[in-house]
Design a protein around this ligand. Structure first.
Ligand code: ZN
Length: 394
């Protein structure tokens, strides 16, 4: 019974029935469904910048299409594509090039996934695929993707275009969910304007995500107003959480999930790491802290969609961006902790060696940190696997 109630709580959260608003334009969903209805269109790419509702728009197209055609639907990451699917199935494939960011050595895996999807389409008559991908990555890796534009990536919906109607909807959300509910007359949100959200340092992040983050964590308004940088404001929020004794265990769970990348009740709890890092949480304290954790994490969408039980499901931060901010906060505080204990995928996706141009969401590592990571890869025989990454030394 207890388990059931947790499941319901997380489901509500990820359905957006609490305060998470998915800005999905009906027009995009309608166009997407209409495009897929054409017999010769077997696949649709949904492209948009980070935080511009790529995933939620894709999921909506998936479910509308499946409902309309009475088809089955399936969600998976590009590394988890099933060997085969039944006829009359629509798939949504996400996480291309990496879950948080591109890991700089995933082009082979991406091409393999594209081949697999094309094969699947060739071997079936009525299977369709939605590819959700970051628009900047689609452009950056164009030469690796162009061979797949006949069957797989030939049709696309672009979510980045400027649109006056969208601004009206965002402004309404800004007033109704951020400014109006705040009863503190002295609060800095009274001086925050929608224009400020549009021309800060965080231009690489879509407005829908910025709005959702500020709506959920109102306490970061003063910092946001000062720096106009949502990544900095949210990573400072995590740092402050670490200094709040009442939230000690919540913060430790955030560290745990950041280092491991996810939590599942079924997975082995990494006691060795917990001791090495000096955390005091135990596996059974997850449920006790769950109420507070809900602000930060949810069940993985694919688990929720594919009806995985709460016991088996994986819990992750509610958006990759939230993970990235927790990572930045920890990295600033203790980069050795990250390089020694954080999951290798996150490091490959977010850390670049010194001298390498870093983007907004990436961090730079000095030689000491790079060496530490390479020692770890050598101990685990992973050097060969990731040898194309600039962090890895042969
Ligand atoms: Zn306020």
């Amino acid at each position: 019974m207890r388990i059931l109630s947790y499941y319901v709580l997380f489901t509500l959260e990820s359905d957006g029935l609490t305060d998470y608003k998915e800005f999905v334009k009906g027009e995009h969903v309608k166009n997407g469904v209409a495009a897929l209805e054409k017999k010769n269109v077997r696949s649709l790419a949904v492209l948009g910048k980070f935080g511009n509702s790529v995933s939620s728009t894709s999921r909506r197209i998936l479910s509308e299409y499946a409902k309309h055609k009475k088809w089955k639907s399936h969600l998976c990451r590009f590394i988890d594509i099933p060997d085969s699917v039944e006829e009359n199935t629509i798939l949504f494939v996400y996480g291309w090039f990496g879950f948080l960011n591109d890991d700089l050595c995933s082009t082979v895996t991406v091409q393999r996934a594209c081949h697999r999807l094309e094969q699947m389409l060739n071997n079936t008559r009525s299977v369709k695929v939605i590819v959700g991908m970051r628009s900047d990555l689609r452009t950056r890796y164009d030469k690796y993707l162009e061979e797949f534009t006949n069957l797989l990536l030939h049709k696309a919906i672009h979510l980045d275009s400027e649109n006056v109607n969208k601004d009206v909807e965002y402004l309404k959300f800004f007033e109704e969910k951020i400014k109006n509910p705040c009863e503190d007359g002295e609060c800095e949100c009274k001086h925050l304007t929608y224009d400020m959200l549009q021309d800060g340092k965080d231009k690489n992040v879509g407005i829908p995500l910025i709005l959702n983050v500020i709506a959920r964590y109102h306490d970061l308004v003063p910092n946001y107003r000062k720096d106009r940088d949502i990544l900095k404001a949210l990573s400072d929020h995590f740092t402050a959480l670490g200094e709040n004794n009442d939230m000690k265990f919540v913060y430790e769970w955030i560290i745990y999930i950041c280092l491991k990348g996810k939590f599942s009740r079924l997975d082995l709890f990494d006691e060795k790491m917990v001791i090495d890092v000096g955390l005091q949480i135990r596996k059974d304290t997850f449920n006790e802290n769950e109420v507070h954790m809900q602000r930060y994490i949810r069940m993985r969408y694919s688990d929720q969609h594919n009806n995985v039980s709460a016991e088996e499901a994986q819990y992750v931060f509610w958006h990759p961006f939230i993970y990235i901010c927790a990572f930045h906060s920890l990295y600033q505080k203790d980069r050795e902790l990250i390089m020694r204990h954080c999951n290798v995928n996150a490091i490959l996706e977010l850390v670049r060696p010194r001298g390498f141009k870093t983007s907004y969401i990436e961090v730079s590592a000095d030689d000491h940190a790079v060496n530490m990571f390479n020692n770890r890869l050598r101990e685990n025989n992973l050097v060969e696997k990731y040898k194309d990454h600039p962090l890895v030394k042969l």
